[in-house]
Design a protein around this ligand. Structure first.
Ligand SMILES: Nc1ncnc2c1ncn2[C@@H]1O[C@H](COP(=O)(O)OP(=O)(O)OP(=O)(O)O)[C@@H](O)[C@H]1O
Length: 655
């Protein structure tokens, strides 16, 4: 790929890309590889499209994608499977077992320990026989001496067995946890990299359940289960061998029960795999209900809906129980059958053979649980996210240019038939303030989501200067567009961490920069009143501080990144006059020398804007300054103002 890029650069005569690509190919160290790679990507940002041919840009994107994937040698993204299926296949099993490849050293050692401890267990009948022989053969002090000897030998052997067992169990359990950890890391990364549309379609609780429960079932099926299965295998081989040694005829009679039981085990295995997939899905639904209710506990309580929610959760858990009953029935039937066949053979051998069958059953359970996880661990619908680095100033200047929404048509992927935006063209002049107004649901926030590339329009393009935003790397784009949403979300950490959110090296950022951002957002004084100041915990989603304080922390967060483009979504509900004033004052100072797109609900904001765009049914209905729009007889904007949709704030009274 690197060489294709190289030759393409030569062909197109692009000197800077040529230089960077050459650096990448010939640079000796991995860190300079990365640097050269980043330069390649960034160079695509600063070049106007005309000088970087399209084929070269797409090659560059593919190249960086292949690089990102190479960064993850242990990646699980191996399967091309798109949707989870319920059909058992050898590749499912192979894929599940591949999870254990990185742990093969530990697993092999555990197997050696298992062989020793199993050997010890199998020695017991032999030694018991010896003791019985002694009791019959020897008397008095000779018997005592021999018993002492054999007891000492037995204690030593049992001790070795115990140590091996200890080592085996520790290794297997810790290996299982290591696999779970890796699986969860990769699953979390894969989920987080999905496009926004994926999150519209998948529920949070379900994803959380995949992350917590499914991964555990999968890992256990290839660690603990393999250990138990191997123990059963060694014991079965030794037991069957012994049976044939003692009486081949009897052994044949006893073994005749194995084929029907094996057939039954295979059928049960398939059934358990299907049930396991259903159980995990039902559990995911139940987790989703719990997660959503906990997250919105204030609404649940305010509407006194506790009993209804309890009933709903009980119903979901009831579904899980029903499936678990079916699973238990299958297990009970299975163990009943294997127990019966075990009794038909010699008891110990029977137990080992039934252990083998249950190994198969557990493996099927693991495969069942893995179906949805494999579905999530694909590159499908994933965004190419690169680590944030500070871009040079000359590249950031791109974001001072005009922003053009060029003939955009868009429908949300979950509702493809409803065109939220249709043939919309809007130019936001660089360095100016544009207020977007319009009735609720007219598509204002959608425009900001398209600019942040949360979604891709079905038709049309968005340009910054002459560069299509699709040709700008995602991290670079989002790093340079500061966004303050209508309802800012804080994470359950300290105020300091929340302000620094979005800065890659949160710990190394000088505290003065945080103070400065807080000061500019008018948040400094209220933070100082808290006993723990910047280390104050804000609670889950910032529930421990007020709405106005939350907004100012979110503003400080946006200011700290010093973006050239600001996207502000004003809250529709009015804050108290003092908070309103402080937020507004902060906004006015930070809007200077930036391109600002503000989804406006307040008259004061609208009056301060250079331009006002009225969005009406997914199109731009009117565009102009405040006085221009107010002068349009029966105009959309005039009507909006007259019908008091806007929040009019008069700070002179209470501010
Ligand atoms: N994630 C989504 N999936 C499907 N439809 C959506 C999604 N988000 C918004 N919509 C729909 O798109 C339309 C435009 O929504 P948008 O949020 O852009 O409106 P808005 O003008 O910002 O409204 P408001 O002023 O009330 O915030 C609405 O009909 C809304 O229901």
């Amino acid at each position: 790929m690197a060489f294709r890029l190289f030759t393409s650069c030569c062909r197109n005569g692009n000197s800077s890309l040529f230089l960077y690509t050459t650096k990448y190919i010939f640079s000796p160290s991995p860190s300079s590889h990365l640097l050269a790679l980043r330069k390649c990507v960034y160079s695509s940002l600063i070049k106007p499209q005309k000088s970087v041919p399209k084929n070269l840009l797409s090659l560059l994107r593919k190249f960086s994608l292949s690089h990102i994937n190479r960064r993850r040698p242990n990646s699980l993204l191996l399967s091309e499977k798109k949707k989870p299926t319920t059909k058992a296949s050898f590749s499912d099993l192979k894929r599940l077992l591949r999870l254990a490849v990185n742990e093969k050293g530990r697993i092999l050692f555990a197997i050696v320990l298992l062989c020793i401890s199993s050997g010890v267990t199998m020695c017991v009948p032999y030694f018991l026989g010896k003791i019985i022989d002694m009791l019959q053969t020897y008397k008095g002090s000779e018997l005592k001496r021999r018993l002492k000897q054999i007891s000492f030998a037995l204690v030593c052997i049992f001790l070795i067995g115990a140590i091996c067992n200890y080592g085996r169990i520790y290794l297997i359990l810790s290996t299982s946890q290591r696999i779970i950890k890796r699986l969860r890391e990769q699953l979390f990364e894969s989920i987080l990299r999905k496009e926004m549309a994926f999150f519209d379609k998948n529920k949070t609780g379900e994803l959380v359940n995949r992350l917590s429960s499914d991964t555990e079932v999968m890992a256990n099926s290839i660690t603990q289960n393999i250990s138990d299965g191997l123990r059963a295998t060694t014991q079965a081989i030794a037991g069957v061998g012994l049976m044939f040694y003692i009486s081949p005829q009897l052994a044949f009679v006893g073994m005749s029960t194995i084929p029907p039981v094996a057939l039954g085990a295979i059928m049960f295995g398939r059934y358990v795999k299907r049930i396991s997939t259903k159980v995990q899905t039902a559990l995911a639904h139940a987790t989703d209900v719990a997660e959503e209710r906990f997250a919105n506990i204030r609404t649940v309580k305010a509407f006194s809906q506790e009993m209804k929610e309890i009933r709903l959760y009980n119903k979901k858990i009831g579904d899980v129980l029903e499936l678990k009953f079916k699973e238990s029935l299958a297990y009970a039937l299975f163990y009943g059958m294997t127990g019966l066949s075990g009794n038909c053979i010699v008891l110990t051998v029977g137990v080992s053979i039934s252990g083998l069958f249950s190994f198969h059953l557990e493996l099927m359970r693991g495969i069942g649980a893995s179906q949805a996880v494999w579905g999530l661990l694909t590159e499908e619908n994933s965004e190419l996210i690169q680590p944030i680095t500070t871009a040079p100033t000359f590249m950031r200047d791109l974001f001072l240019k005009d922003i053009l929404f060029d003939n955009i048509t868009f429908a949300y992927p979950t509702r493809p038939d409803v065109k939220v935006i249709e043939n919309l063209t809007l130019k936001v002049p660089g360095g100016k303030i544009l207020a977007i107004v319009g009735s609720s649901g007219s598509g204002k926030s959608t425009l900001s989501q398209l600019l942040l590339r949360f979604y891709k329009p079905q038709e049309g393009n968005i340009f910054i200067g002459e560069t299509n935003i699709q040709d700008i790397s995602l991290d670079f784009l989002r790093q340079n567009i500061g966004s303050v949403p209508q309802e800012p979300v804080l994470f359950s950490s300290s105020i300091r961490d929340n302000i620094a959110y979005g800065i890659e090296q949160t710990d190394s950022i000088p505290i003065e920069q945080i103070y400065n951002a807080a000061d500019r957002a008018n948040a400094f004084s209220f933070i100082e009143t808290f006993p723990d100041k910047y280390e104050t915990k804000v609670g889950e989603r910032g529930t421990m501080i007020s709405g106005g304080q939350k907004q100012r922390i979110a503003l400080a967060r946006a200011i700290l990144r010093d973006p050239n483009v600001l996207l502000l979504d004003e809250a529709t509900s009015a804050l108290d006059a003092a908070s309103e004033y402080l937020v507004q004052e902060a906004l006015e100072t930070i809007m200077e020398n930036r391109t600002v797109i503000i989804i406006a609900h307040r008259l004061s904001t609208i009056k301060n804007a250079d331009y006002i765009a009225v969005v009406d049914k997914g199109k731009i209905g009117e565009l102009g300054s405040y006085s221009e729009l107010m002068n349009i007889e029966n105009g959309l904007f005039k009507k909006l103002v007259e019908t008091q949709t806007m929040v009019d704030t008069d700070y002179s009274v209470e501010g």
